[in-house]
Design a protein around this ligand. Structure first.
Ligand SMILES: *[C@@H]1O[C@H](CO)[C@@H](O)[C@H](O)[C@H]1NC(C)=O
Ligand SMILES: *[C@@H]1O[C@H](CO)[C@@H](O)[C@H](O)[C@H]1NC(C)=O
Length: 198
């Protein structure tokens, strides 16, 4: 008698637990998706919405073997700003043409590694920009949306509210070195007070 009472309550207990139990076993058998590492070289055209809600396009040329990450920003109805980041921590920001400016900054950190999203926290599946995506978050710094089918990034948002939407994604594309040569006025002493080096 006592034995059957125990097994009945055990059964009820198990039935009550069923939804959780199913969830747990699903989690155990279906591993959470992991973000696809970035290709070692690619070109992407990004549509960016800044925190000011101003818009810009960016030609992003990521090149891990050459140790550089290039953003060429076209501000909406505004200037073109070159942002050349090197793996040794030095970044050059400059404009070309009539109203030139250059700033050299040492961030002390290199460009993102291809696997920089390793260890990101999986947040599930969402539709963004019309694409079904897996979404991850890393250290409250980046929210990264990757197309479930093609594994291409669709969008990423930074903690400060800047969102980037991937319009083209060309794996293996390489920017010619001549484009990333910082202009001479980046290396001359400031004449107009705009050139600075830190
Ligand atoms: C830019 O982002 C802001 C804030 O999220 C949003 O209100 C606005 O509609 C966005 N603009 C465009 C053109 O996407
Ligand atoms: C980092 O590398 C770039 C490109 O080769 C170079 O122009 C820059 O001077 C280097 N910075 C330092 C601190 O060595």
């Amino acid at each position: 008698m006592k034995a059957s009472f125990i097994s009945t309550s055990l059964l009820i207990f198990l039935l009550l637990q069923l939804p959780n139990h199913v969830t747990v076993s699903w989690r155990l058998t279906v591993p959470e998706p992991k973000p696809t590492p970035w290709p070692e070289q690619f070109h992407a055209l990004l549509y960016m919405n800044l925190t000011s809600t101003h818009l810009q396009l960016s030609d992003l040329w990521y090149d891990w073997p050459k140790g550089r990450n290039v953003n060429i920003f076209q501000k909406q109805l505004g200037t073109v700003l070159y942002d050349i980041e090197w793996n040794n921590g030095t970044s050059f920001y400059y404009t070309l043409g009539a109203d030139t400016e250059c700033q050299i900054t040492d961030f002390g950190v290199g460009i993102p590694r291809p696997d920089f999203l390793d260890g990101a926290r999986y947040l599930g599946r969402v539709v963004t920009d019309g694409f079904l995506c897996d979404l991850w978050e890393k250290v409250d710094f980046i929210w990264y949306y990757e197309d479930v089918v093609t594994k291409r990034p669709v969008r990423w948002d930074f903690y400060d509210g800047i969102s980037s939407h991937v319009m083209t994604w060309e794996v293996g594309a390489v920017l010619p070195d001549s484009v990333v040569q910082a202009p001479a006025y980046c290396f001359t002493e400031s004449v107009d007070g705009k050139t600075s080096s830190t």
